[in-house]
Write a protein that binds this ligand. Structure first.
Ligand SMILES: NC(=O)c1ccc[n+]([C@@H]2O[C@H](COP(=O)([O-])OP(=O)(O)OC[C@H]3O[C@@H](n4cnc5c(N)ncnc54)[C@H](OP(=O)(O)O)[C@@H]3O)[C@@H](O)[C@H]2O)c1
Length: 666
């Protein structure tokens, strides 16, 4: 972009590279082992100069991701606090009742609130665009502001009455359409009741033909469009590694293709202003939002680069922080609040939108709007970070170990893999910090795969800020965010601390174990090849069990996986397997894991073999509960990890899960 992010005069206008900047800022937050930089260069500089800059960036460990070089000058972007100065002369758009303002997304969400405020200030005609269809039968029977659960119970009754078969997914899909229709009716009613002029058209902004047809109709009925607000947007938050091309495309397409379609159709019109809805996710990056950040950074860049093509048009891109509404669900809002992250009240955001348009200087094309402290760059734990949320997809045909972990017919996600995911999520939140311990791991509802893939919604919340670290809560919800499936706390610190770990009780009197490993996997376990990591059982007694386990790599379990584990889910599952063998031998029945009180990892699971020693610290034969403590050692007897209070319930009925029982039942 010419070595000045395309900002300086003569800077190059290149939205796709700006999009890459948004993407890379997210990638940097998702990959802890890779240093990421976007380096904007002035290609008229000598190759020698350029090479020197590239090498110095490659070997520097600063946290700024986006840098630019022109000659020997190095630039970064720093937001500057600039409150609106009402003493400025108000921008004279002369917006009156002859003006026609096109608003994508103006029927619902936070853009709808902006339309209400705009209509108060400027008495023009507002053309609202959105995908929601408003001609739905259900609308006449429901109150416009009824709750989602009322919509669902209405739909369940209606489906039952019609005798049609339906699934919860059918209800959710229809309820979301009905919600859309009710929201748009509410917006139109409000505008009408307050004497404002507005019309609504149901269309997808990426559909050029439909947009053209609507714009032709609008021109005929109300006159040429003179202002544009592009507020349409969708989210499919997922890690880069889990995003499909289609999901990525859909997020980018609404913001970018939608905007380009409209610009194309409005070519030749005298536009007085263009207001774009962008996001702080593009400015600072956010885990799971690489597509969203890329498209918002493109919008920011377009706001700067397009001005010369629309002479006299005020172009402004609003980088919003989180709102108390719209895409921010009540659940997310509660968490942002609990973190002290300010949420923009939609009415205040709407006033700021209008104020910036009315009083902001024409030279400003990009603003950042947030309530309270937004992250202004860097990964320091002193900066206030929003919560992190992302979706992870687990697929049976890619996560191949799942086929080796079936309780009855269906694959079940191993608790050990959940632990690894939780540690990874904590690492995304604060990649610079060291793991001290994972605690209070609880399984609320295990995940069983009756389809090829399941989505898990992760929410990482900052529970406490400590003198030299942070305590995070990592919660994993089902794909509809209806129930929590797993939850744990993770303590991270700036320095790897000296841990006070109890030593292995000497009284464990291991006796020789008398069964072969193939019998063990047949009689007490159900695990397939990729998870069969117990190489030998070195000893066994009434109060414990010891074994040699084989370590694994991500590529052994997941197709196309790269990198290394934080823990080693196969070793941790091996520990669980040892627990089941111990229960099977001593109680005559195996168990299923329920949680883990504390897990400390002193160093990575390196080397091929690990010695694992288990001590039974509680056994309640009336409540059928057991609790085990575990020590993991390398081949030189150095401690690798320690787990306290691994919990399982046991019951004779669980014996039906064993390979032996499954074979007998065939
Ligand atoms: N809420 C926040 O915290 C926040 C923060 C930063 C930036 N923003 C930005 O603010 C804008 C509005 O967000 P919101 O929170 O109000 O989200 P929202 O409640 O999900 O609303 C999104 C709006 O976009 C419309 N839309 C989506 N896809 C469309 C398409 N293909 N064609 C036409 N219309 C489409 C939706 O209408 P239909 O459902 O009827 O299609 C709806 O009006 C977005 O651009 C978002 O990126 C929001």
């Amino acid at each position: 972009m010419g070595g000045t992010f395309g900002i300086a005069k003569g800077g190059e206008y290149c939205p796709s590279i700006a999009g890459l900047a948004g993407f890379i800022k997210c990638m940097a937050k998702e990959t802890s082992q890779t240093q990421s930089r976007l380096i904007d260069l002035d290609l008229s500089d000598s190759l020698q100069t350029i090479a020197t800059h590239l090498v110095s960036e490659l070997f520097s460990n600063h946290t700024t991701i986006e840098v630019a070089y022109t000659g020997d000058d190095r630039f970064t972007q720093v937001p500057v606090a600039t409150p609106i100065d009402h003493s400025y002369v108000k921008n004279d758009f002369n917006l009156n009742n002859k003006d026609v303002i096109l608003v994508t997304g103006g029927g619902r969400g936070v853009t709808a609130e902006v339309v209400r405020e705009m209509a108060k200030e400027f008495p023009s005609h507002y053309v609202l665009l959105g995908r929601s269809s408003i001609d739905l039968d259900e609308v006449k029977d429901l109150k416009l502001d009824c709750e989602d659960k009322e919509i669902k119970s209405y739909l369940i009754q209606a489906f039952k009455k019609s005798g049609r078969k339906f699934t919860p997914k059918d209800i959710d899909a229809r309820a979301s359409k009905v919600r859309g229709a009710l929201d748009v009716h509410k917006q139109l009613n409000y505008l009408k009741e307050n004497g404002h002029s507005a019309s609504y058209h149901s269309l997808d902004v990426t559909d050029l033909d439909k947009c053209q047809k609507v714009l032709n109709d609008v021109k005929q009925k109300f006159g040429a469009v003179t202002g544009l607000i592009h507020g349409a947007g969708v989210l499919y938050d997922k890690l880069i590694t889990d995003k499909t091309q289609d999901q990525f495309q859909r997020v980018v397409s609404v913001k970018i293709d939608g905007f380009f379609s409209l610009l194309d159709l409005l070519k030749g019109e005298k536009l007085k202003f263009i207001g774009l809805f962008s996001s702080v996710a593009g400015k600072f990056g956010n885990v799971g939002q690489s597509d969203y950040a890329a498209s918002n950074e493109m919008l920011n860049h377009l706001a700067r680069g397009l001005e010369k093509h629309f002479a006299g048009c005020r172009m402004i891109s609003y980088n919003w922080g989180p709102f108390d509404g719209g895409m921010v669900t009540p659940q997310l809002a509660r968490m942002f609040k609990s973190q002290g992250i300010g949420l923009i009240p939609p009415t205040i955001g709407a006033q700021l939108f209008v104020e910036e348009l009315a009083y902001g200087p024409h030279t400003t094309n990009e603003i950042i709007v947030g309530a309270g402290n937004l992250e202004l760059g860097g990964n320091s734990i002193d900066s206030t970070k929003p919560n992190l949320k992302f979706t992870k997809t687990v697929k049976v045909d890619e996560d191949t170990y799942l086929k080796d972990h079936c309780l009855l017919q269906n694959p079940v996600l191993p608790m050990a893999m959940v632990m690894e995911y939780i540690l990874e999520a904590a690492n995304y939140f604060a990649p610079d910090l060291h793991l001290v311990k994972l605690s209070d791991l609880r399984v609320f509802k295990g995940a069983s795969f009756d389809t090829n893939s399941l989505d898990f919604n992760f929410i990482v919340t900052l529970e406490d800020r400590l003198e030299n670290g942070v305590l995070l809560a990592v919660d994993i919800f089902d794909e509809n965010n209806k129930f929590k499936q797993y939850g744990a706390k993770v303590l991270l610190a700036t320095e790897k601390p000296c841990l006070n770990i109890p030593s292995l009780p000497e009284k464990i009197d291991y006796k020789e174990f008398d069964e072969s490993m193939s019998d063990v996997y047949e009689n007490y376990l159900f695990h397939g090849k990729s998870l069969q990591c117990i190489k030998s059982i070195s000893g066994f007694s009434e109060i414990g069990i010891g074994a040699i386990l084989e370590t694994s790599n991500p590529s052994d379990l997941i197709k196309n996986a790269k990198g290394t584990w934080i823990s080693d889910p196969v070793i941790l599952d091996g520990m669980a397997q040892m627990g089941l063998v111990w229960l099977g031998k001593t109680q005559g029945c195996i168990g299923i894991p329920q949680g883990f009180d504390e897990y400390y990892q002193v160093k990575p699971f390196e080397g091929n073999l690990v010695k694992c020693m288990i001590h039974v610290n509680k056994l309640d034969t009336k409540a059928f509960k057991a609790e085990l403590d575990t020590w993991f050692f390398d081949q030189d007897s150095n401690l690798i990890a320690y787990g306290k209070g691994w919990k399982a319930i046991f019951n004779e009925s669980f014996n039906s899960y064993t390979t032996k029982a499954k074979k007998a039942n065939k």
